[in-house]
Structure formats: structure tokens, C-alpha cells
Design a protein. Structure first.
Lengths: 224, 333
């Protein structure tokens, strides 16, 4: 397991300009589908993508990027925008459940499917497959006679990061008008340390918030 | 939170921390609109949610329909009292996850131009001043009467035997050498003394093993404040030095966000007793006080997320330590 990265000079209290709001739960953890639409910042125009998907046949769209760059988040949002699509997550479902009768199939973590299964789906399915992966699988599409398009996920700037942090706080507070100030220098510190690793930043904020709440101080009592 | 032109708010009848587990959750839901709308339904659920670094998991438990085909006018404040039955588990704030309750309101407007769904969450931390646990589902005499297991970082029995045999062999050959006259003077004494010390050291270890390897823990009765237990030592001793007894909460969460899946685990220890324990006729009676409800979540298992409970008991030992871990299931009733 990778050691947890530390951000020298970062303080959660300072991020919120010394006014850390009182919250019901840690705002930097996982989000429900319902919360996602209030929080996410689109790297690619999803409504345009929906039009493109609906107008296409025998086509593959791949979301490519390193882990934590927002591929799955965009795929989940796409599933909300296209309720007629079949969404598949290999960590929660068996590959036998993939229903190729759906005209649109959304597959998270395409690389987790065995090669033969990937080939089988692509050969049989005549609609549009949208999937997330770390590397492009253009050779596989070529052998299956598919056309394809790639969307890259990389890059993160201060304004996007700020809007996501504020969005998450407003979801917990259930108040979209609440004025919350964020310290720019702390945002820069996060970006300088983690680059565009969005999930890395959120996990770090999650741990910072957890440690800020001293509820679980007894963890330090671990014997042995 | 405002969705479009509709404002919904919830006011609970009591402040969150004052709710008892068996108490009804009551309050009033208020609606205000900026323009006249007709709606198909307005309903509320009482939802149990598990949140953490992983994706949240929600389990709606009950649903109340407050409006079925109705209208909301501008300038009016609509009030809908609600009541959910009690019998809830307390909210819990852990390391990798937390569990909490909330009232969740949803509506569906009927008019085509205004067709929309809205959703609102009103978090509620439900705590209890008293709690009751049940251990019946997993604890019984059979699974607590097993032999104690040797902790992985302690000296194991096989190694001890080997050590003892070596000591004995060295001592024996020292004797033979001395008898045959090959070792003259005090030359044989160094290996002989080493062997004797090793022999007695192992004797202490053997004594520990003899006293405590058959130890059992038996649960007699559970009460709201504590569990009565008995430690059975088979009459060999009536005292345990530096025994440690406590609870351990094991949180296990599958973080399957994105293309990388990680299982997050955390063990949270809570000591109930540290120090000597005395008994009679090889039996030590001990009361294990229960932690505060805010630190005591119900056992939970959903998909690959779990909260498990373990009672652990560590015995003393000169060269070895013994550890007994007993899984328990905590149910609020």
C-alpha cells in the first residue's frame, strides 16, 4: 500500500479561513448519485456527448486517464443523463450480467474484464459502449471492427478544485446559498503536492477532516 | 435546500442528541413555493446511511406519503407533521465510516412545463441514553470454550520444545564428557550452566502454558450496563497478573470509487480492564462494562462494508502471551 502523502504547511482550518463549518459527516468521502450532480465539474461537455452517443452505432467511447482523474464520476453522471443505458461495475456485478441488448452500455474499469469477454461484448454489441480505462485499447476495437473516440482526463486547476470543495460542503450543509470562503494559498498547496490527482486530494482532505475531529483519538490506544 | 422554486424544511420535535433509540422520530415538514404548482406526490423516508471514503450506501427503512395529487399556492406555508416509529440503531462516527439517519423528502410535479423531482435530506443524529445488546446470535458455550490460541508474535510451543531438547542434550553430553575424562577441570561448566538456565527458563514458559492454555471465558448474563463473564482456569491458579480485557471494533469498507479498488480496515480498541484479577477455585468472575453508546455501533454488514465487534482477552506470560478473540454481534433492541 502506498504511504499517505503529507502536505507541508496545510491546515484544514486555514483552508476555511479559520471558520471550519460544523458538519453532519465528512464532506470529502464518496457521493451518492443524487449528490454528484450538485458537486461535479465537467471536464468534457456531457450533454454534447449524450447527443453524440445517441446518434452513433457500432461505436466505442473511451475515457482515458490515470486513477482519480474523474473518469468514473463522468461515467456515473452520463448514466444519470441516459437512464436508458446499462451501467456495469465489475466490482459489484458479475460479467454474466452485462446485457448486450441495451443500445448503450457504460462499463466502469474496462480493464477488469477478461480480454476474451471484452472481445465477445464488442463483437456482439452493435450500439455504443462507453468505458473507463487507464490506457487506450484501440487495437481491440480495430480487431472487432469498431470505430472509437478517446476522451482524455487530465489537468486540474484552482477554480475547479474550489468549486468541487464548495459544492461538497453545500451538499452537507443543505444550503446552496451559504457563503463559504476558501484560502487560495491552501488550494495552491494541494495542487502543488497532488497535481491533477483529484481523488488523492479528496482522500487527503478526508483524512484531514477525520483527524480534525478528535472523536477517534482512542485509535492511538492500539496495543501490540 | 432550495430546488428551483420550492423550499422545503424540516423541524424535528427534539434536538438530535435527545432522541432515544426506542422513541418515535417526530417533526413537521414545511413547504413554501414561489409559484403555484400541482404535484403528483410528496413523500418522506427515514433513511439509514453509511458514509465514508467509499461510495455511500443507503437503506430506506420507512416511507410516508404526505401528499397524493395536491397543489401548492404562492404565499402559503404548508405544514405536514410526520412520525416514524422508534427501534433505531444509534448514529456512529468511526474511522473509515460513519452511520447516520436522516429524513429524506422527495416530490414529483405533474405539470409538463414544471415537471421535476426534488430531493432533500435532513440529517438527524439519533443517539440513545441507554442501550441493550444481544450476544446470542454468535456467542455460545461452544465457541468460547475452545483452547486459547497463541498470538502470532509470541514464542510458539514447537520452538520451546526444540529449545528444551537442545538444553537437555547439551547437559547430557557435558555429563558424558566429564565422566569420560575428556573435559578436565571447570571446562564443562559453561555449557552446563547455559543449559541449566535454558532448562529453567523453558520451565517458566511451560508453567505458563500449563496454567493458561486451557483457559476459557464464559458469558453468563448480559445487562444494559455490563456483561457478566467467568474466566475458568481449571483450578490450577486463582490469579491472573496483568490481564487485559476489552472490545475491538473492526471497520471494513470497500472503496470501489473509480478504477482502483481498495479495502480499508481499521481496528479500534477499547480497554475495559488492565491489571490483575483474582478468583476462587480456578474461577475468576469479571464484569465487563459496556462502552458509551456513541462509541458502540451496531454490528453491520452490507455488501462489502462491515462493522464487526470482538471481545479480546490477553493473559500474562513470561515468554509467551495468549490472546483470545471472541466475535460478538451487537444488536440494539
Amino acid at each position: 500500500m502506498m504511504p499517505e502523502r503529507q502536505v507541508k504547511g496545510f491546515s484544514l482550518n486555514q483552508l476555511f479561513c479559520e471558520k471550519m463549518p460544523v458538519l453532519d459527516y465528512n464532506p470529502f468521502g464518496g457521493l451518492t448519485d443524487e449528490e454528484l450532480k450538485f458537486v461535479m465539474s465537467e471536464q468534457h461537455d456531457l450533454s454534447k456527448m449524450v447527443e453524440e452517443i445517441k446518434a452513433s452505432e457500432n461505436f466505442v467511447i473511451e475515457f482515458i486517464g490515470k486513477k482519480g482523474r474523474g473518469k468514473t464520476t463522468h461515467l456515473r453522471r452520463l448514466a444519470q443523463l441516459m437512464p436508458e443505458a446499462f451501467y456495469f461495475n465489475p466490482d459489484r456485478q458479475s460479467t454474466e450480467e452485462i446485457d448486450i441488448d441495451y443500445p448503450i452500455i457504460l462499463i466502469d474499469s474496462f480493464h477488469k474484464l477478461p480480454l476474451l469477454k471484452r472481445q465477445d461484448i464488442m463483437k456482439k454489441h452493435r450500439g455504443v459502449i462507453v468505458h473507463t480505462d487507464h490506457v487506450s485499447r484501440f487495437a481491440e476495437y480495430f480487431f472487432c471492427g469498431k470505430k472509437w473516440k478517446k476522451y482524455l482526463f487530465k489537468g486540474l486547476n484552482a477554480s475547479v478544485l474550489k468549486s468541487v470543495i464548495l459544492g461538497r460542503l453545500r451538499v452537507v450543509l443543505q444550503d446552496e446559498d451559504k457563503n463559504i470562503l476558501l484560502d487560495e494559498s491552501q488550494i495552491e498547496l494541494l495542487l502543488n503536492t497532488f497535481g491533477d490527482d483529484f481523488r488523492g486530494i479528496l482522500n487527503y482532505l478526508y483524512r484531514s477532516y477525520r483527524d480534525y475531529n478528535t472523536f477517534i483519538s482512542q485509535k492511538k490506544l492500539v496495543p501490540r | 435546500m432550495r430546488n428551483q422554486f420550492i423550499l422545503i424544511s424540516v423541524q424535528y420535535d427534539k434536538i438530535p442528541s435527545d432522541y432515544d433509540l426506542n422513541e418515535e422520530v417526530t417533526g413537521v415538514l414545511r413547504v413554501k413555493v414561489d409559484k403555484k404548482v400541482s404535484l403528483k406526490y410528496l413523500k418522506i423516508n427515514l433513511v439509514f446511511e453509511l458514509r465514508g471514503q467509499a461510495s455511500p450506501v443507503s437503506m430506506p427503512s420507512k416511507e410516508i406519503v404526505l401528499v397524493n395529487n395536491g397543489t401548492w399556492d404562492v404565499g402559503e406555508t404548508y405544514k405536514y407533521p410526520f412520525e416514524f416509529a422508534g427501534g433505531l440503531t444509534p448514529s456512529y462516527k468511526g474511522y473509515n465510516l460513519q452511520t447516520l439517519w436522516y429524513v429524506h423528502a422527495t416530490y414529483l410535479l405533474t405539470e409538463e412545463s414544471q415537471k421535476a423531482t426534488g430531493t432533500y435530506k435532513f440529517y438527524k443524529k439519533i443517539f440513545s441514553s441507554r442501550m441493550v445488546e444481544s450476544y446470542k446470535s454468535t456467542i455460545n458455550i461452544q465457541n468460547v470454550s475452545k483452547k486459547l490460541q497463541v498470538e502470532t508474535n509470541s514464542v510458539n510451543i514447537g520452538g520451546g520444545n526444540y529449545f528444551w531438547v537442545i538444553s537437555f542434550v547439551v547437559l547430557f553430553f557435558c555429563y558424558l564428557a566429564h565422566q569420560s575424562g575428556n573435559l578436565e577441570g571447570w571446562g564443562y561448566l559453561i555449557p552446563a550452566i547455559t543449559a541449566i538456565i535454558s532448562f529453567f527458563s523453558f520451565g517458566l514458559f511451560l508453567r505458563d502454558y500449563y496454567y493458561f492454555s486451557d483457559m476459557k471465558i464464559r458469558f453468563l448474563k448480559e445487562k444494559p450496563e455490563y456483561i457478566q463473564a467467568e474466566i475458568l482456569l481449571n483450578g490450577r491458579t486463582n490469579r491472573l497478573n496483568n490481564v487485559k480485557i476489552g472490545y475491538k471494533i473492526v471497520e471494513k469498507v470497500l472503496d470501489d470509487r473509480g478504477t482502483s479498488t481498495v479495502t480499508l480496515t481499521n481496528d479500534n480498541y477499547k480497554y475495559l480492564h488492565q491489571g490483575p484479577l483474582k478468583g476462587h477455585n480456578g474461577v475468576i468472575a469479571v464484569d465487563l462494562p459496556l462502552p458509551k453508546h456513541t462509541e458502540f455501533p451496531a454490528s453491520f454488514s452490507y455488501g462489502k462494508h462491515e462493522i464487526n465487534w470482538i471481545i479480546f482477552l490477553k493473559t500474562p506470560g513470561v515468554f509467551s502471551r495468549f490472546l483470545k478473540e471472541i466475535p460478538i454481534r451487537v444488536i440494539y433492541k
